[in-house]
Design a protein around this ligand. Structure first.
Ligand code: DOR
Ligand code: ZN
Length: 339
């Protein structure tokens, strides 16, 4: 049987929620990944080191017996985050970054930053303490077309942030456009990006053609095919600025199959297999290990993992529903399977 063995990967962008959903979803990620960068958009958001440490304990409790998994915690940046909290976060070995959500951009972002041009002192502190800033890069103006929101965020805000804070390490999360790829490629080595499996595998037709498919709805929204091709090129290029971040974002099925459905794709059930499909589609499986296992760790200044995982070329069907959550590609055939 054909197999693919790579160094155990890290998921550099993950939502695991808390309570019952956390217990249901965490085993899927912990089975495949050694570590994951945990998003702080809980209700209420994780804005302090003390909250992040309590959340970390809850995550540790949800790891199945005998499994080794390390959550890499982040804090939710607000316009009123005290500089002291940034210093405390920098001094805490368990906190690895701050996350910037423009207010209203996505799930649980109400407490985010309403005016991105008014947080200079916070960005200066992150730069000074060398804490990475993870950015949900979309403008929130109601009159900006939803398919343009990432491009406009880069033009309107990100170019200026990068120019004003040249030493600030930034991850432009879940990039979805050709313009975002070009921005990251032409920026300094302080600037990197994560790419999700859904944005590598699907364009907006998957969500909208032949009926509306809410399980393909996430933010930033799937774009047209030219953008997907640019993302596949970036992910499989061997450029260390691009690395794996699933943005796996579980929502109960009835909250997605809804007249106002939630944004988010639950990919953790078969994350590595989904990426393998995308890389194989352009004969670039040899580039998967760097993208999945090396470049994220290098960016965060963490040691690369030592053990490995093996995928087998074997057909299986992703279950239709799992603990009330519908996985990405539910009921569809996959050609790779982790043993
Ligand atoms: O689709 C998304 N879901 N995008 C995000 O930025 C947040 C996430 C969530 O938390 O559900
Ligand atoms: Zn996310």
């Amino acid at each position: 049987m054909e197999t693919l063995t790579i160094t155990r990967p890290d998921d550099c962008h993950l939502h695991v929620r808390n309570g019952a959903i956390l217990k249901a979803v965490l085993p899927h990620t912990a089975r495949q990944f050694a570590r994951a960068v945990i998003m702080p958009n809980l209700k209420p958001p994780v804005t302090t080191v003390a909250q992040a440490l309590a959340y970390r304990d809850e995550i540790l409790q949800a790891i199945p017996e005998g499994v080794t998994f390390t959550p890499l915690m982040t804090l939710y940046l607000t316009a009123s985050t005290p500089i002291e909290e940034i210093k405390r976060a920098a001094e805490c070995e368990y906190i690895h970054a701050f996350k910037l959500y423009p207010a209203g951009a996505t799930t649980n972002s109400d407490a985010g930053v309403a005016d991105v041009t008014k947080i200079h002192s916070l960005l200066a502190a992150l730069e000074k303490y060398d804490l990475p800033l993870l950015i949900h890069g979309e403008v929130t103006d109601e009159d900006c077309d939803i398919f343009d929101r990432e491009r406009v965020f880069i033009e309107r805000y990100l170019l200026e942030i990068v120019a004003n804070f040249p030493a600030l390490r930034i991850v432009l999360e879940h990039v979805t456009t050709k313009e975002a790829v070009e921005f990251v490629e032409s920026a300094s080595d302080k600037i990197s990006a994560t790419i999700t499996p859904q944005h590598l595998l699907f364009n907006r037709n998957a969500m909208l053609a032949g009926g509306i498919k809410p399980h393909y709805y996430c933010l930033p929204i799937l774009k047209r095919e030219t953008h997907r091709l640019a993302l596949v090129r970036a992910a499989t290029s061997g450029n260390p600025k691009f690395f794996l971040g699933t943005d796996s974002a579980p929502h109960l099925t009835d909250l997605k199959e809804n007249s106002c459905g939630c944004a988010g794709c639950y990919s953790a059930l078969a994350a590595l297999e989904l990426y393998a499909e995308a890389f194989e589609s352009v004969n670039a499986l040899d580039k998967l290990e760097g993208f999945a296992s090396f470049y994220g760790a290098d960016f965060y200044g963490l040691p690369r993992n030592i053990d490995s995982v093996t995928l087998e070329k074997s057909d299986w069907i992703i279950p239709a529903i799992y603990d009330g959550i519908t996985p990405l590609k539910a009921g569809k055939l996959l050609h790779w399977k982790m043993g």
